[in-house]
Design a protein around this ligand. Structure first.
Ligand SMILES: Cc1cc2nc3c(=O)[nH]c(=O)nc-3n(C[C@H](O)[C@H](O)[C@H](O)COP(=O)(O)OP(=O)(O)OC[C@H]3O[C@@H](n4cnc5c(N)ncnc54)[C@H](O)[C@@H]3O)c2cc1C
Length: 301
């Protein structure tokens, strides 16, 4: 079987940046991408230097075009379903949903994270009028009548204070959760209304939010807002390959992408199991790729 120097699982900014770096370092690499990058639901990406406002698919297309200049890199639009390690040879075996298998010396996990929402209706509006990152989408929602949708007091307090910088026309919806007197007073002081009633439904059209309907029957008009989802890793590869994880759920690394499992590296949001940005994920992909290249170099020199 054909052996690769490295297999990259994930074709978001972390994986693509690593592929570019390893291609330029003349490594034989295959990158797998099943098109579930987290920002696929959004219309425009912001804040990536030189690419402010780019569509997520265009961002990927440009990155893939850049990578094509380096013939030792292949990109496969396949889902990786299992990764095992042969302890004797130290090599990894990667299996895909198309019943193909591949052998590699190193693995880079750049599989990202996914969101989970307390209210499933949020998904219809997520990426168009409801967002989770004010740095990414706050500018587009500036000065608009916005909803802050979250359930945990710490999250509510943090997100509301942050978003207040972009719009002071805020209403907080806690979906049935109570807030402490201190937080209520802080919000009242800034003229931020709070509804602690459970939410019955969200109303809007084609992803554009119009209003939030409470169980009490009240319908509150809002044209967009920010939510605080829960995040999880969409697959179990890190666990199956025995990567150590710290008390916060972050995969332990040396700060340059090397995990505690020999030959296994991580980059991008999958490392922390929490949100970051395209720029940070791409930078971490570069960093992990440099570690992979250095380790292969030392092994073989
Ligand atoms: C609505 C929304 C708007 C956003 N807007 C911005 C913005 O404006 N600016 C900004 O900087 N950031 C933005 N972000 C955040 C940004 O999308 C993430 O920070 C970034 O995508 C993380 O990169 P990543 O490479 O770690 O993961 P991802 O981009 O999520 O990529 C993960 C990759 O892994 C692949 N994958 C996963 N499992 C498998 C498998 N088993 N087999 C094969 N492939 C697999 C996926 O297909 C995907 O290619 C936004 C996010 C959302 C949700």
């Amino acid at each position: 079987m054909n052996k690769y120097d490295c297999m990259i699982i994930g074709g978001g900014p972390a994986g693509l940046s690593a592929a570019l770096t390893l291609g330029r370092a003349r490594r034989k690499v295959v990158l797998f991408d099943n098109g579930t990058n987290r920002n696929r639901v959004t219309q425009e990406s912001h804040g990536f230097l030189t690419r402010d406002g780019i569509k997520p698919q265009e961002f990927k297309n440009i990155a893939r075009k850049d990578i094509k200049s380096y013939p030792s890199i292949s990109i496969m639009d396949q889902t990786v379903i299992e990764i095992t390690k042969d302890d004797k040879s130290g090599l990894f075996l990667v299996y895909t949903s198309e019943n193909n298998s591949y052998v590699s010396e190193k693995i880079l996990l750049a599989t990202g994270i996914q969101e989970e929402f307390a209210l499933p209706q949020i998904r219809q509006y997520y990426g168009k009028s409801l967002f989770s990152c004010p740095y990414c989408d706050g500018w587009e929602l500036r000065d608009k009548p916005l909803a802050i949708l979250a359930e945990n007091e710490e999250h509510i307090s943090h997100m509301t204070k942050l978003v207040f910088n972009w719009s002071q026309d805020l209403i907080v919806f806690t979906n049935g959760h109570q807030l402490s007197e201190k937080v209520q007073n802080d919000f009242e002081h800034k003229k931020i209304k709070v509804y602690t009633d459970a939410i019955k439904d969200l109303h809007g059209d084609d992803g554009n939010l119009y209003s939030l309907e409470l169980e009490t029957g009240e319908d509150i008009l809002r044209t967009g807002g920010f939510v605080v989802p829960s995040f999880y890793r969409p697959n179990k590869f890190a666990k199956q390959l025995n990567c150590q994880v710290d008390e916060n759920g972050t995969i332990k690394t040396d700060g340059a992408g090397r995990t505690t499992a020999a030959g296994l590296y991580v980059a991008g949001e999958t490392e922390k199991g929490g949100p970051s940005s395209l720029m940070i994920a791409a930078a971490e992909g570069f960093k992990a790729a440099s570690s992979i290249n250095m380790d292969i170099t030392i092994d073989r020199f």
